[in-house]
Design a binder for this molecule. Structure first.
Ligand code: ASP
Length: 329
């Protein structure tokens, strides 16, 4: 007689088998779908927002000499992190509501290796700490004091990240805010950067000071592998910017990559992910989210909830900003 427990066991085994076989089929199908005669555009680097132009330039210096996508993504976003005039990433980032600049970053390479830091203070280049987490520990994510301690042990210098300008902006915010973090589509702009190198390997990096005047301790999507960034060297890579909570809720970047695996172009995949964000949120006021994606052929794309999101692209023949298509004006 089939007991309930055995039935559950059998059903579970059955579903696992179905799942495994469907995964195997789709993997096989995916490999068959890869068009080997298609011309690959490489190297190529793409990154979010206007600050992407300067970041791409640093990445391009590495990619154009045959360097690795991993070195390129790290070098690229470090430029933005170290720019004191950029108020949404690294040094000069706007603080949380208590006046602390807290940074989130992650990095991922073509072998699905990844590293991340979150809620990190006083370190100018969190992306390089994230790379050390990836390369020199068994872990993926270090946070807060532990992440800082690790960074110091690895030789990173302590730096005061709160610039005079950001301090002034925070003091002004305090006067009128009643200590309430506000969700505003203008007060946060991560840099996410994706690169495909001459060998055909993809990597990505994502780094931010997060939403300005957030609650102390808040961590967004940017250091979360699968949310702020995802890379699968068989398919493509994606990263996100905008309201991190909304990106986490739909596992944003992982979804974009899976949609590309199922045959969508980078533009189509980013659009579909944006539509999912829209579908899962009743209130879209100020809910800006943008995705960019790059596939194995060097094809790129982007899409956002609201108009105004753009991304920078650098190839052998192109070095420009592209306005992403959007769901809503
Ligand atoms: N995604 C970042 C966060 O939520 C901020 C942004 O990109 O605007 O922390």
């Amino acid at each position: 007689m089939k007991t309930r427990r055995n039935f559950i066991k059998l059903t579970a085994l059955g579903s696992a088998a179905v799942l495994a076989s469907s995964c195997l089929t789709s993997e096989k199908e995916y490999k068959e779908k890869i068009n080997t005669s298609k011309k690959v555009i490489k190297p190529i680097v793409i990154s979010t927002w206007n600050h992407g132009l300067a970041a791409n330039k640093a990445s391009w210096n590495i990619l154009s000499k045959g360097g690795s996508s991993l070195d390129a993504v790290e070098a690229g976003v470090k430029v933005t992190e170290s720019d004191p005039n950029n108020s949404s990433v690294g040094l000069g980032g706007l603080p949380d509501r208590d006046g602390f600049v807290t940074l989130d970053a992650c990095i991922m390479n073509h072998e699905n290796e990844c590293g991340a830091v979150a809620f990190l203070q006083d370190i100018e280049n969190p992306i390089s700490v994230a790379r050390k987490v990836m390369e020199e520990t068994q872990h993926v994510l270090l946070v807060g004091e532990g992440a800082k301690q690790f960074a110091i042990e690895k030789g990173f210098k302590e730096t005061n990240l709160l610039t005079e300008n950001s301090k002034k902006a925070w003091e002004k915010w305090k006067e009128r805010s009643k200590y309430q973090p506000i969700i505003n589509s203008e007060n946060h702009d991560t840099i996410g950067l994706l690169a495909l190198d001459e060998k055909g390997n993809l990597s990505g990096a994502c780094t931010t000071s997060g939403m300005a005047y957030k609650l102390h301790g808040r961590v967004g999507d940017s250091p979360i592998i699968g949310a702020g960034l995802f890379v699968d060297n068989e398919v493509g890579a994606a990263c996100a910017t905008g309201m991190g909570e909304a990106v986490i809720r739909i596992a944003g970047s992982a979804i974009v990559v899976e949609l590309m695996r199922n045959g969508m172009s980078p533009n189509e995949a980013c659009k579909e992910a944006v539509e999912r964000v829209v579908k899962k949120h009743k209130d879209l006021s100020n809910l800006q989210v943008g995705f960019i994606a790059l596939n194995k052929y060097g094809e790129k794309g982007g899409h956002s909830v609201y108009k105004g999101f753009n991304y920078a692209v650098h190839t052998k023949t192109q070095n420009e900003m592209i306005d992403a298509k959007f769901y809503k004006k």
